[in-house]
Design a protein around this ligand. Sequence first.
Ligand code: AMP
Ligand code: GLY
Length: 411
Amino acid sequence: MIGSGGREHALATALQRDPALTELHVAPGNPGIAAIAQCHEIDINKNDQILDLAERLNIDLVVVGPEAPLVNGAADVLRKAGIACFGPSQAAAQLEGSKDFAKQVMRDAGVPTAKSFTCTSREEVEKALDAFGAPYVVKHDGLAAGKGVVVTDDRDAAIEHALQSPRVVIEEFLDGPEVSLFGISDGRTVIAMQPAQDFKRAYDGDAGPNTGGMGAYSPLHWAPSDIIEETLERVLNPTVKEMAARDTPFIGLLYAGLAVTSRGTKVIEFNARFGDPETEVLLPRLKTPLATLLYKAATGGLTEDMTLDWSDDSAVTVVLASEGYPASPKVGEPIMGLDSVKSAQVFHAGTTSKDGIVHSSGGRVLAVTGMGADLTIARDAAYSAISQITLHGSHYRRDIALNAAVAEKGN
Ligand code: AMP
Ligand code: GLY
């Protein structure tokens, strides 16, 4: 597997549970992953280093975690060498790599999404902003590590953000709760996972700047009861069909970021890989052996009658972030208390080992996942664990899954 975040630690944990797995190698991994797999220090943005390692270790299946190597064509290089890879080709990863490309595919496939204009001049930008009115949604076309999208009532701020990129997508504002729903695709057949919800803002009450994700939970008791079937039928299947028709089949994880609006469920964005931190709540609930499933997807072996087996338990993950995250995270601080955590699974997201002690090395440092019979019990497990961990200056949200837990109790 390729990657080093909380998503990869959760993937590694689930892959290890599959009895069919013989060996697990991760590049580059992190101290949490090193406890359950063999880690290899390579530059994952260099395809030749990935291929070299896979060939040297005689790897049967490569699972690519993050988007950068996918957009870089890592999957193409591996498949060309005859190595099975769970991850889309460079061309198919454009579903995440270019907002404009994703919009064209959705248009051609008839997938419900926000109306949009792609603009390359100030004149076009102003016209598009005025066509939709406030709140304005402006998206840079390329990969932007979470910084490419601005949603604002301030027309001048919208224009300023638009002018920072040569090509932007301006779209209508979608009102309604967001849901992440993932499809596992072999290029023709897609299997939908259960939905999860991510908390993107830095502070409690959805205040503060956008982040990579401060927490997540699953399942969503409040979501429409047919959301999985509906998303499969209206979003995942048509998109995979359209990509196959374009001769760029999508093999890998198709991440649909959805808005549940009063006018139906619509796609906000696609990603070409597992979401982070949604993966840290979904995989601990997944009972279907993951290595076998992803191998089938990588080798064209999925069938429509396949279903996934889920635990009835709820899962809640809370992200422990470095001081100053997301604007300017301070890293290199020791993390204490990891060994005393019993009530939850601690996934390492941005950590490194220094003199045998785990230190922070990224903005999002840990994802702490609690499980339980309902969201309240799962929250208690996650929060009691995170309160035992010390990292100087760190912060985390106190309200992950809180509203959903209260609503669940009320039912
Ligand atoms: P994206 O990178 O496209 O997922 O956008 C990042 C975040 O911006 C999303 O998770 C939403 O919270 C918000 N956003 C994006 N597009 C829209 C939209 N059309 N309407 C409302 N909010 C949006
Ligand atoms: N959780 C949002 C993402 O993975 O992009």
